[in-house]
Write a protein that binds this ligand. Sequence first.
Ligand code: UD1
Length: 418
Amino acid sequence: MESLLVRKGGPLKGTVKISGSKNSTLPIMAASLMCSGEVILTGVPDLEDIKVMSGALELLGARVKREQDVLVIDGSTIDSFELPEEFSRRMRASNLVMGALLSRFRQARVAYPGGCAIGTRPVDLHLKGFEKLGYTIKEEYGFMEGNGQPRGGKEILLDFPSVGATENIMMAATLLPGTTILRNAAREPEIVDLQNFLNRMGARIRGAGLDTIRIEGVQRLGGVEHAVIPDRIEAGTFMVAAAITRGELFIENVVLEHVQPIIAKLQEIGVEVIICSCGLKVVGNQKMKPTDIKTMPYPGFPTDMQPQFMALLSTVEGTSIMVETIFENRFMHVPELRRMGADIKVEGRVAIIKGRTDLEGATVEATDLRAGAALILAGLFAEGETRIQQLEHIDRGYENLHVKLKNVGADIVRGPWS
Ligand code: UD1
């Protein structure tokens, strides 16, 4: 089994180019099933999750080709509407094929995704939305199954602005007659990217990025070329890398608006963020201040940056408070950070962090994707050597993370040692 060895080095310095967004690419890949033409996606990151989604599309009969950061998807040969458990279990986002298949073929059968490390993550909002659109939904033998000939023109109010439910319902409504109105929708940038992609294919969707989305049904969609947006969480992770090493990184290929909640918190603790026309520069500070953070749906502070900020605040003297409101079990990195000497207490969804400057390297496990990133960041600060295991979680969502870190001066190696 491979692991990463991280040693405390000097401040990171240099330029990092951010890859395309994982969370944008996955729903867009699912949406590619909705036309029989060829879809060309550019800026696609090379990640395990993208490979799993490619495998899922191929299993349904689509042809998927990859060359460097370009993915070509041909949905003209789809001949199956069923996604088995092996895909649903490996990646929750594979359930996004359900909305796409329902829209185009009016039938889909997808294995229930089950829980994952950071929470039970139900799909009730997705299924209620499909039912509200007029599909008949059955849940049996571990599968969710949908079919029917909905007449469209429905209003749906989400109980919570779920990212996945918003995307799935948007797709399921795109090829229905009438105008669907989706209220209390998630406002994440990835939803706007999905809308832009679908509209380019011929859909008529307005409002993504706001809390009400209007989907005027169209009869068919055609193949297009689309460049996915940069990954705001990867950008945020490198911004924290600059701060935690008290270094100076220039971040290229980032949409400023998408990282505003991260910039605001960094500035609040005393990190300098300089905005320029082609990116942003993050300058770490020896004298950072503690802060309080509450994760919220976009444009609030992203839950996907909570573990990385927890690592950073563990190195900032004073007491910080982190409240996780999105997932019920997203403090799995806390015991691992504690192994490195971090002083963090958890009470339900609240973590109290007493920052200290004497973290020490230890052997730790990347319990999930962002937890893994947090441990690498802590390792860059801690004295001695940190060994990070279970890299498969990190590979799901970061393209060449250790190589990119090494290029800006981190002392990090990946090897087959366990
Ligand atoms: C997406 C992101 C993930 C991010 C999350 C929140 C992708 C591929 N993943 O996940 O990185 O952490 O948004 O920003 O884009 N919920 C329900 N019922 C549902 C759906 C969701 O109760 O039917 C709950 C979940 O359990 C969770 C919360 O809503 O507690 C947020 O989930 P959601 O916004 O749906 O996240 P994902 O789309 O799974």
